[in-house]
Design a protein around this ligand. Structure first.
Ligand SMILES: Cc1ncc(COP(=O)(O)O)c(C=O)c1O
Length: 377
């Protein structure tokens, strides 16, 4: 834990974001030390690697450790960062699961995890059961690991982490939560009873659409050590410059999320009032089916929403007419983006759009979206 982490138990989200993982103030030194670029480090000729924290870049990098301290403070756990969210999630799955085990995965979550399960886990003899995020959940008897993704991408259903964790633990299963969409300021899965958090830091956590990152956070020392061993053996580490950029970006997490959420709230109301838009989902709207659980377990609802524009051509006309909404996959960034998920093979309707609010002014974004919808016909 950093000096700020040790001191700041009661601090608000803005203060925690700005100070997360920063080292003690040292006169003449920067607030956030610059990236340390190294493959090998000098070794002590007599004592070898035991003489210093850093010996070789795959297991050891001080820039990466500072980022892990920062994310760990926000999640309330030990953290290990990976080269991408997918590296963190597959690392967890392969660390925990063995042939003959059963894993429960979200039926409506990030599609690459399901592809990995059918391409790799099932080949290894792991039984994969897909469960809708909103439930109902089957019996957890005989289950080794439950992975929740809440809110789920792209449908934005929400799982009751407390209820699932209690039932899964009673049956002896481990519970992991993909915290990508919510971020650690949006929800604290470990406080809700989960054993481990995995996430993509590529999205809102770092939010500038300029790097890939993943992480795993846990209070279970055995899991942490197994994940560390896995990462050292398979080598999926992020580089020093990406770690530094990510840490720099974390400082504005609270501000970015606040604007994204305000934009999503206003936009969800605008869209829901339009007869030419259907299926508006945003877990922060009282009318949303996910609202009761989301409002009970989340600290804030992120800036991602979804809706249906009817067909592929209308989505294209909408995106072509908008000046502020970029057609792009991914979400959680500074710039507002929209993605027609069926084009990536998601099991969604042809006109289904995942929409990620950026930090533009709310009035500008609303005016632009309304005009683009009008123009799309
Ligand atoms: C919920 C969720 N988890 C994990 C990932 C994978 O993250 P990455 O692209 O950083 O590998 C994504 C990517 O979109 C995601 O949306």
């Amino acid at each position: 834990m950093s000096a700020a982490g040790a001191a700041g138990g009661n601090w608000g989200d803005g203060t925690r974001s700005v100070h997360a993982g920063l080292p003690e103030a040292v006169p003449g030194q920067p607030f956030l030390p610059g990236p340390v670029f190294a493959a090998p480090y000098h070794l002590d000729p007599e004592r070898g690697p035991s003489a210093a924290a850093d010996g070789y870049g795959r297991p050891d990098n001080p820039t990466r450790r500072l980022l892990e301290t920062a994310i760990g403070e926000l999640e309330g756990a030990d953290c290990r960062v990976f080269a991408s969210g997918q590296a963190a999630i597959t690392g967890l799955l392969l660390t925990v699961l063995r042939p003959g085990d059963t894993v429960l995965l979200p039926a409506d979550g990030y599609f690459s995890v399901r592809s990995f399960a059918s391409d790799t886990l099932e080949q290894l003899g792991v039984r994969v059961v897909l469960v809708p995020t909103a439930g109902p959940y089957p019996s957890f008897d005989g289950v080794r690991l439950v992975l929740l993704e809440t809110p789920a991408n792209p449908g934005l259903d929400v799982a009751d982490v407390r209820a699932v964790a209690a039932a899964a633990h009673a049956a002896g299963a481990l519970v992991a939560v993909d915290n990508t969409t919510a971020t650690p300021l949006g929800q604290r899965p470990l406080d809700l009873g989960a054993d481990v958090v995995v996430a993509s830091g590529t999205k809102a956590l770092t939010g500038h659409s300029d790097l890939l990152l993943g992480y795993l956070a846990t209070r279970d020392a055995g899991l942490r050590d197994a994940a560390t061993t896995w990462r050292n053996a398979t080598g999926g580490v992020p580089g020093a410059f990406d770690c530094w950029l990510a840490h720099r970006s974390l400082a504005t997490l609270d501000l970015r999320l606040a604007r994204q959420t305000a934009n999503a709230r206003a936009l969800a109301d605008l869209l829901a009032a339009r007869p030419d838009v259907t299926g508006v989902r945003w877990p922060g709207r009282p009318e949303d089916p996910a609202y009761p659980v989301a409002s009970a377990q989340m600290r804030r609802v992120p800036g991602v929403l979804s809706f249906d524009l009817g067909d592929e051509r209308r989505v294209a006309r909408f995106l072509g007419a908008s000046r502020l909404v970029a057609a792009a996959t991914s979400f959680g960034g500074l710039h507002t983006t929209a993605d027609r998920r069926a084009q990536w093979g998601d099991d969604t309707a042809p006109g289904f759009v995942r929409f990620s609010c950026g930090i533009e002014d709310t009035a500008d974004l609303l005016a632009d979206v309304a005009a683009a919808l009008d123009a799309a016909g």
